[in-house]
Design a protein around this ligand. Structure first.
Ligand SMILES: *Cc1c(COP(=O)(O)O)cnc(C)c1O
Length: 383
């Protein structure tokens, strides 16, 4: 059996042609492909506005600036995420408060968030960053109600869930990134994610003011809206009104993203089929605990399970050329965050999850044969 990774991008001839077309055009960056990608992506996730940026971390950083994070502010997020979800708060000098996960869904536990907010008498906590970990979309309606009660904003880290959704209290399908409940949502186009652009990211929102602010911040804080310029020296005139960055996505990356987006639904369908196959294979197996079965709207960026003797299984799979992965090492136990006083024992559910979790191969081009091989090797280890 060939090497089977936990995730893998797929590049088609259409993708290659799309990139080559841009390379042969006048615009390598700041051209028309960026807006096309943004419009198509906004449409895909059912949001009004989208801003393409250089990567998901840049998207988080711009969100934190646009929402006004400053030293002294506190922001709540989950420890079971990629470190970037938390780091954006630190870029702005804010303090990260990790709240424990729900041991069934592995998502940020809303009850833990509520406890923290109820104790926050001086309103130091300004925002919440829920993460749709593994592709399972959080109940953003519930988080919105909680955030409104305590006057907080929400950034939805949707890097794992393009195309995913949750079902609202009125039985409505709400797309991840739709901006219906979150102030801002962010996505990544790193090759391990659903849509690959090499590097790349997207901010989506329904808030016009935040949208325009992020457009400005993406390009050095230069005012992009001509009617908002304070002076006008002529048609060459540009005006920097605040401190921004160069966080732009290039046109050839946008073309790749746009081409990949066209088959995103197909890829998502395949991921869901693979998830169902895993679920069936693991049904009744006591050595394996799953992220609460087949969940409607789950985007299955990862297929995470908890197992007995995780190090043993991890090694056994590697010996069979199956490269499973561990997602994630809890952020609060990173040396960087430990310096702020976080320590082992602070978040027991996250820590226990970390000791047992493993991400099994999950990507649209994984064949049934390969998947059966993975399942067989797991069975073999436990029997
Ligand atoms: C990948 C990822 C990011 C960061 O995205 P980059 O494009 O790599 O900067 C942030 N949050 C989560 C949950 C991610 O998986």
């Amino acid at each position: 059996m060939n090497k089977i990774p936990y995730g893998r991008q797929s590049i088609t001839q259409d993708d290659i042609d799309a990139v080559v077309n841009v390379l042969q055009s006048d615009w390598l960056t700041q051209g028309p492909n960026i807006k096309s990608f943004e419009d198509a992506f906004a449409n895909y996730v059912d949001a009004k506005y989208a801003v393409a940026v250089s990567n998901g971390t840049a998207a988080l950083h711009l969100n934190a600036i646009a929402l006004g994070v400053k030293p002294g502010d506190k922001v709540i997020t989950t420890p079971i995420t990629f470190v970037a979800s938390a780091n954006c708060v630190r870029y702005c000098g804010g303090e990260v408060i990790f709240a424990d996960i729900d041991p069934e869904t592995y998502l940020l536990d809303i009850n833990k968030v509520r406890e923290l907010l109820e104790k926050d008498r001086d309103h130091e906590i300004k925002g919440i960053i829920p993460v749709n970990f593994a592709g399972r979309v959080v109940d953003m309606e519930a988080f919105r109600a909680l955030a409104d009660e305590f006057n907080c904003w929400i950034i939805e880290d949707a890097c794992h869930s393009p195309g995913g959704s949750f079902t609202s209290s009125v039985d409505e399908k709400v797309m991840s990134g739709s901006g219906k409940y979150a102030d801002l949502s962010i996505f990544s186009f790193h090759p391990v994610k659903h849509i690959a652009a090499g590097e790349g990211g997207m901010v989506t929102t329904n808030d016009e003011t935040l949208y325009k602010e992020i457009l400005n911040l993406r390009t050095h804080g230069i005012q992009q809206d001509a009617s908002k310029k304070i002076e006008n020296h002529g048609i060459w005139y540009y005006e920097m009104q605040e401190l921004g960055y160069n966080y732009r996505l290039t046109d050839f990356q946008s073309a790749l993203g746009l081409s990949q987006l066209k088959r995103a639904d197909k890829g998502l369908g395949k991921r869901r089929e693979l998830a169902v196959r895993y679920e069936k294979a693991f049904d009744g197996k006591t050595y394996i605990k799953r992220q609460s079965g087949v969940v409607p709207g789950h985007a299955y960026h990862l297929y995470v399970v908890e197992v007995e003797d995780r190090p043993g299984l991890y090694t056994h799979l590697r010996e069979n050329n199956i490269f499973a992965q561990i997602h994630y090492i809890p952020c609060h136990l990173m040396p960087y965050y430990k310096q702020f006083g976080w320590k082992e024992g602070d978040l027991p559910h996250a820590e226990s999850y970390y000791k047992q979790c493993i991400s099994l191969p999950m990507f649209p081009t994984l064949t049934d044969n390969e998947q059966d091989f993975v399942i067989k090797k797991i069975d073999e280890f436990y029997n």
